[in-house]
Design a protein around this ligand. Sequence first.
Ligand SMILES: Nc1ncnc2c1ncn2[C@@H]1O[C@H](COP(=O)(O)OP(=O)(O)OP(=O)(O)O)[C@@H](O)[C@H]1O
Ligand SMILES: O=c1[nH]c(=O)c2[nH+]cn([C@@H]3O[C@H](COP(=O)(O)O)[C@@H](O)[C@H]3O)c2[nH]1
Ligand SMILES: NC(=O)CC[C@H](N)C(=O)O
Ligand SMILES: [Mg+2]
Length: 517
Amino acid sequence: MTQHDSILIIDFGSQVTQLIARRVREAGVYCEIHPFQSAEAAYRKMKPKGVILSGGPASVTEDFSPRAPQLIFDEKLPIFGICYGEQTMAEQLGGKVEAGHHREFGRAFLEVQKPTKLFDGVWEPGTRHQVWMSHGDRVTRLPEGFEVVATSDNAPYAAIADESRNYYAVQFHPEVVHTPDGAKLIQNFVHKIAGAKSDWTMSAYRQEMIAKIRAQVGRGKVICGLSGGVDSSVAAVLIHEAIGDQLTCVFVDHGLMRQNEATEVVDLFRGHYNIPLVHVDASDLFLGQLAGVTDPETKRKTIGRLFIEVFEKEAKAIGGAEFLAQGTLYPDVIESVSFTGGPSVTIKSHHNVGGLPERMNMKLVEPLRELFKDEVRALGRELGLPDSFVGRHPFPGPGLAIRIPGEITREKLDILRKADAIYLDEIRKAGLYDIIWQAFAVLLPVRTVGVMGDGRTYDHVCALRAVTSVDGMTADFYPFDMNFLGRAATRIINEVRGINRVVYDVTSKPPGTIEWE
Ligand SMILES: Nc1ncnc2c1ncn2[C@@H]1O[C@H](COP(=O)(O)OP(=O)(O)OP(=O)(O)O)[C@@H](O)[C@H]1O
Ligand SMILES: O=c1[nH]c(=O)c2[nH+]cn([C@@H]3O[C@H](COP(=O)(O)O)[C@@H](O)[C@H]3O)c2[nH]1
Ligand SMILES: NC(=O)CC[C@H](N)C(=O)O
Ligand SMILES: [Mg+2]
């Protein structure tokens, strides 16, 4: 891979470290997040132009709290510390931090005291700006060479700088949208202070990945599970561009797809691409094994196992394949090494084909593992994928199975497909599809009494869900206007036999999850 100018982000476990990476990438600069424990090795490998230290839950006043590797100071790199990053920087360079009695959470106002390269073209001395804070500790003595460049009511050292060494640190979080000018400060750091060039473009990425895939795969054969979702479609098209017909895609119709989805995905794909695509109708297999299953985890595990069976069979049918392509994204990679990980509980076993390669003895091809979802979409556009693929809402691997709490039957699947199609149709007509991150209908295992045409009905309840999100990790319910909801509900009840009541889900994540199971 050609060497890009890059920024190393050292993670101390903040909930929003990924946002720092997004802001740096938006500035056109390649970056990687590494936990503080392995940051030194990452530094040696990456040779970054600058380092950003993230926030984190620990307190530098505690024994054995995390520190940045001494190497980054010895190497005289430009450094930008954020929150915990400011605190550990201050401590490591000879200043002092105290566990504060002045906690600040949420919105705060910053008073700019002095001009700095960090504020260049963004903030003038003497002006006030909204920032977002989330801290209990604070810096109480500056290390030598530093001066205060901005203050807030509860953080006299809200922004500090040692311009001669290119060291900058802030107590607030510039990476979140609640700091409206934060992205510009991060841009100033990566461009004006660290001097990194904006060479992180999807067209460069495409060329590099093609070379990399060719080098990895050689004359080998690759199979790729194609769902019609953004990630697997982009991965398939990119790999095909690299190795042509050494790639075979497999679309598994498990009978849990939305209305017309199987034909649409297969037609659209075959219509646009000359990529060998096997369409497996496995609905009898999946629905048969799911009969009588009501427990959400058992459903998910059954589906995961059957996916493996089907892939194994298809790989054999093409005479074996040495490689399995997956649309793994950067957030998946980070989560699996996350510093905050600890003994976390399993909320739900997300279906993915992660278990496949070991069982099938295959090597992984993961051309998207350095990208965020929005970058995958940009790469998809760069590759000329139609909007019908690139702009699609995510759809879970287990499909409608996890949108029918309780037992799954063909009849319930039919009812849900119709309701879901009407709901999405109304969303498109209202021009909301691209604003909403994900929307779908859920068929509840509850029947209620209604009256239609003077007759009594006793039918299912349908719940509608729509969320806004950035990456699916957290989400808010979408605040539809009541007229919209009324319109969608009326159409569903009138047009779908089997549903006589519609409700709207107003739960955010957390505490809810996006899917119901
Ligand atoms: N019906 C399917 N047939 C074949 N492979 C599938 C199917 N459903 C899921 N997969 C595989 O599982 C992977 C994970 O699914 P996931 O839904 O996370 O990604 P996606 O469908 O590619 O994109 P999106 O998240 O936008 O839906 C896919 O990339 C694909 O390889
Ligand atoms: O490929 C997938 N396999 C799964 O098993 C799965 N479960 C949930 N999802 C999708 O992930 C996002 C977050 O969902 P949850 O808040 O319900 O965990 C949402 O976008 C969900 O649709 C899945 N995707
Ligand atoms: N968000 C943070 O980085 C918090 C840092 C530190 N834990 C504090 O409370 O001050
Ligand atoms: Mg999907």
